[in-house]
Design a protein around this ligand. Structure first.
Ligand code: NAD
Length: 493
């Protein structure tokens, strides 16, 4: 115990334990050993965090000039740039994601705070062309109030930024609930936020389990909006919870994203894009391109090349700069992956590489790049989100056929197309029911590019110009400009 790093929650500008002193341990996925101890928030702690956010909202924050709030966002961006190595290291220890990705991402995420800082004073109201005499009617964009940001364990800096930055820019205050699977990074981030001198209570960071912590937060009567990223099952709880407080909800959920490679594609580019899409972050990405459709004339040859490439992927410690795939984050994921592979092979799936826990360590959750040929995409690995490095490969003949196949899944988050035919790239991308389509590339994000899904992948878009408005409510104000008094009080019109 003595060696465990201890964290406290950040509530109302103070560092606090859970009221009942409960804690839980965070594991390092590299060796499955506890390395940090964090508070386990109860409903009482949630209450304190929400109260403090509510007080800060009604205090100075929502009344500050937008430019002033933007200064705080830029200060957060500066802190991220200065501390990206430290943040990356903590995130890597806590999640198992590669250090080379986590540190680069922490640095890049600063761009999101700058982007929304720039937008803070550009959200305007309107004057309405009203159909009444002697009336001037305007709309303004008002902040919503207390926002609950619920985030998963993966890409947490990014998934926090796309909620926190627009929320703060528009004058809201925020309670962030980190994932119980990797809570440490958010506390390190909170320390950086504190350094900016942002008024106390504007940002609060708590840790705990879905129940009671997440449940108490998403049912809390002073929470006005829930920005959720996570799995679809949790999302169903969130929606039920929001029936208690009637808060606005946005959902960024899972995916089973299809990728089509046409025979005219640049194969080297397609190979790299596919590897990035499914084996980057060991496949633990919501936009992982996990369903691959290869056109029949290139099927055998392209698949052989892909298998050769996948077999060369270097598994290892996530801190090692040469490592290409680190461990999976947790045992539950590993078990889901193994179960789906087993069922698929029993039903005729053909294993081309990987498929079994890696011998690299008998402690961490290492799983190699795995490719399975599937006769049809209703086999378990081809249908379900696995959140791991498992690629299902299917054959197609015509453009129409592959469009139908790509759309034949409950999710609709991301998708990919590899072709040199620009017309086809546009036709297929328009036909795909997914929130994002990558043509001849994959796995890219930007502050100006809206991110989010369709179908069971959720609703609401994060990042991009429009998303800032999701953190406002429209208010309509009527000004009577007439010199005469009102006449008949019993009619409306
Ligand atoms: P998860 O759904 O298990 O947990 C997400 C968060 O919800 C955690 O903080 C958890 O504590 C909280 N939670 C759980 N039960 C709750 C409840 N009853 N009330 C309130 N909060 C509750 O997800 P995970 O395993 O951490 O992450 C993996 C999932 O997230 C995958 O499905 C992945 O596709 C998805 N994801 C989506 C995106 C996206 O932007 N679309 C990005 C990353 C991850």
């Amino acid at each position: 115990m003595a060696n465990l790093k201890e964290y406290k929650m950040y509530i109302n500008g103070s560092w606090v334990d859970a009221e009942n002193k409960k804690t839980f341990k965070s594991l390092n996925p590299e060796n499955n050993e506890p390395w940090a101890m964090v508070p386990e928030a109860s409903a009482k702690d949630v209450d304190k965090a929400v109260e403090s956010a509510q007080k800060a909202f009604h205090g100075e924050w929502s009344k500050l000039f937008p430019k002033k709030r933007a200064d705080y966002l830029r200060a957060i961006a500066d802190q991220l740039r200065k501390n990206s190595e430290m943040l990356g290291k903590i995130e890597t220890i806590d999640t198992g994601k590669l250090f080379r990705e986590t540190k680069t991402q922490a640095n890049y995420i600063a761009e999101y705070y700058d982007y929304f800082a720039g937008l803070a004073d550009k959200v305007e109201g309107t004057v309405l062309p009203i159909d009444k005499p002697d009336m001037q009617v305007i709309t303004t964009r008002e902040p919503i109030g207390v926002i609950a940001a619920i985030i998963p364990w993966n890409s947490q800096m990014f998934l926090t930024a796309v909620k926190l930055a627009p929320a703060l820019a528009m004058g809201n205050t925020v309670v962030i609930k980190s994932s119980e699977l990797a809570p440490a990074t958010m506390f390190e981030f909170a320390k950086l936020i504190e350094k900016t001198g942002i008024p106390k209570g504007v940002v609060n960071v708590i840790s705990g389990y879905g129940d009671p912590c997440g449940k108490a937060l998403t049912t809390h009567d002073q929470v006005e909006r829930i920005s959720f990223t996570g799995g679809p099952e949790t999302a169903r709880h969130i929606i039920r919870n929001s029936a208690e407080n009637l808060s606005q909800v946005s959902l960024e959920l899972g995916g089973k994203s299809p990728v089509a490679v046409f025979e005219d594609s640049d194969q080297e580019n397609a190979l790299n894009g596919i590897i990035a899409g499914i084996f980057g972050a060991s496949g633990q990405s919501c936009i992982a391109g996990s369903r691959l459709y290869l056109q029949k004339n290139i099927y055998d040859n392209f698949l052989d090349k892909l298998v050769v490439r996948a077999n060369k992927i270097k598994l290892g410690s996530p801190m090692n700069p040469d490592t290409q795939m680190g461990p999976l984050n947790n045992l539950k994921q590993l078990e889901v992956i193994e179960k789906n592979i087993k069922l698929t092979l029993e039903q005729g799936g053909k294993l081309r590489c990987g498929g079994k826990r890696h011998a690299l360590s008998n402690k961490g959750y290492y799983f190699p790049a795995t490719i399975i040929e599937c006769d049809n995409h209703n086999l378990p690995v081809a249908e379900n989100e696995l959140f791991g490095p498992v690629l299902s490969v299917m054959k197609f003949d015509t453009e129409e056929e592959v469009i139908n196949k790509m759309n034949d899944n409950q999710y609709g988050l991301s998708s990919g197309i590899y072709t040199k035919d620009l017309g086809r790239g546009i036709r297929v991308s328009k036909a795909i029911r997914a929130g994002i389509t990558f043509v001849n590339t994959y796995r890219l994000i930007s502050p100006s590019a809206p991110f989010g899904g369709m179908k069971d992948s959720g609703y609401g878009k994060e990042a991009g110009l429009e998303s800032i408005k999701d953190y406002t409510r429209v208010k309509t104000t009527w000004f009577n400009t007439s010199k005469k008094p009102m006449t008949d009080p019993f009619t409306m019109g």
